[in-house]
Design a protein around this ligand. Structure first.
Ligand SMILES: *[C@@H]1O[C@H](CO)[C@@H](O)[C@H](O)[C@H]1NC(C)=O
Ligand SMILES: *[C@@H]1O[C@H](CO)[C@@H](O)[C@H](O)[C@H]1NC(C)=O
Length: 371
């Protein structure tokens, strides 16, 4: 992420104007003690205050057609929905007669928070930022020149089985109905990019090919860097996939390093889904209504990054973390990109042959489940 927390706070302060906003006086969140706050929103008070201020600044420019609710209250409704996927009685109680507007409020706030992505979800663009991201990844797994971990992120939805064609289009490789977005994260589990919201059966390679980040990277706009991709992607000069049939120790070691860094995405998505349980089940979907889902996914990604900045841990793991999706591969023949193959072989030779690992083993696990 480009800026440290103090910078964010200072910018926010500046935008709000000193003492001008209706924030400081009293907040609807004040009625809850810290334990209740975390229970209802899976966030802490300073983090919620930051989010509310950020939304308040932007709400000024959005026509809100629920004048009955203060910004505080609208943010409360939305954050509570993200945390639980439904509205809690404690929150509904506070809204009184205006609670019927909940779905609309959530929709509006999601749009506003999704719009904050420019500021809070940043792919490293400057040289220093790229170096930082790449060296953290190298420290974790020993693979140099990597700008992030790329994966399709599936989110469960409901689709009507009576509309057979549509229904089928939502069924993913794990056999349930979902929408899928493309996410790139760094070795700490910060989200660097989130794009697209497609029906669950979409090939991740197709999403990559038509995504902004995919095109930028493949067109060399980001320089000689890789992103780490699973088996569902084609090896390219910028997407580094594992060796499908490792033939010797070097390749095996490379695959282990690849798996280790790739696993960061699994913990990241796991932690997102624990904090924002709405992502466990995004509700009914039709192909024509994916925009709203996209906004919720994007909003939760923004909030995930903010929560990490404030070091708010997600709720503890209950049960096991969902595995990453087995790549969805085209069955037809794939033309091998020989240039990319060579680049990967050189990387393995340079960084994963014996001499290297004995001299300077990559640091093992700095990752907890807590990313
Ligand atoms: C490992 O196998 C690959 C593919 O056959 C080969 O290109 C590479 O030179 C081998 N590396 C070592 C260290 O034997
Ligand atoms: C690994 O690769 C990088 C970048 O290509 C290279 O500069 C570095 O010397 C290699 N590291 C080791 C320890 O071989």
């Amino acid at each position: 992420m480009a800026f440290a927390l103090p910078v964010w706070l200072a910018v926010q302060e500046e935008l709000l104007g000193h003492g001008g906003a209706d924030s400081a006086a009293s907040s609807s969140f004040d009625d809850f003690d810290d334990g209740a706050l975390f229970q209802l929103f899976h966030l802490t008070r300073p983090c919620i205050a930051f989010i509310t201020d950020a939304v308040r600044i932007r709400m000024k420019n959005v026509a809100v057609n629920t004048p009955a609710l203060s910004v505080d209250a609208t943010v409360m409704v939305a954050l509570n929905f993200y945390a639980h996927g439904v509205s809690s009685a404690e929150v509904l109680q506070r809204l009184g007669p205006s609670q019927a507007d909940c779905p609309e409020v959530i929709c509006t706030v999601s749009g506003v928070i999704a719009g904050m992505a420019d500021q809070f979800i940043s792919f490293p663009l400057l040289r220093d930022a790229k170096n930082n991201v790449a060296s953290s990844i190298r420290r974790v797994c020993g693979i140099p020149d990597v700008l992030g971990v790329l994966a399709p992120a599936h989110f469960k939805i409901r689709a009507s089985p009576y509309e057979k064609e549509t229904f089928r289009s939502f069924v993913n490789t794990l056999g349930y109905t979902s929408v899928v977005s493309q996410i790139i994260c760094d070795s700490d589990g910060n989200i660097l990019s989130v794009e697209k919201c497609c029906v669950g059966s979409t090939f991740e390679q197709e999403i990559w090919d038509s995504s902004f980040k995919g095109r930028e990277l493949e067109e060399e706009l980001h320089g000689p860097y890789w992103v780490i991709g699973g088996k569902g992607y084609h090896l390219s000069k910028h997407v580094l996939t594992p060796v499908s049939e490792p033939a010797n120790d070097s390749e095996t070691r490379f695959n282990e390093a690849h798996a280790k860094i790739h696993n960061v995405m699994r913990t990241t998505l796991g932690s997102m889904k624990r904090r924002f349980r709405c992502l466990m089940q995004l509700g009914f979907a039709q192909e024509c209504s994916l925009d709203k889902k996209a906004n919720i996914i994007k909003a939760c990604s923004v909030l995930h990054n903010i929560a990490k900045k404030f070091s708010v841990p997600p709720p503890p793991v209950a049960g096991k973390i969902e595995p990453l999706h087995p790549g969805k591969q085209h069955s037809g023949p794939v033309t091998v990109n020989t240039e990319a193959l060579q680049a990967r072989q050189e990387l393995i030779l340079r960084n994963f042959s014996f001499a290297f690992t004995s001299k300077d083993p990559p640091r093992t696990s700095i990752m907890g489940e807590d990313v």
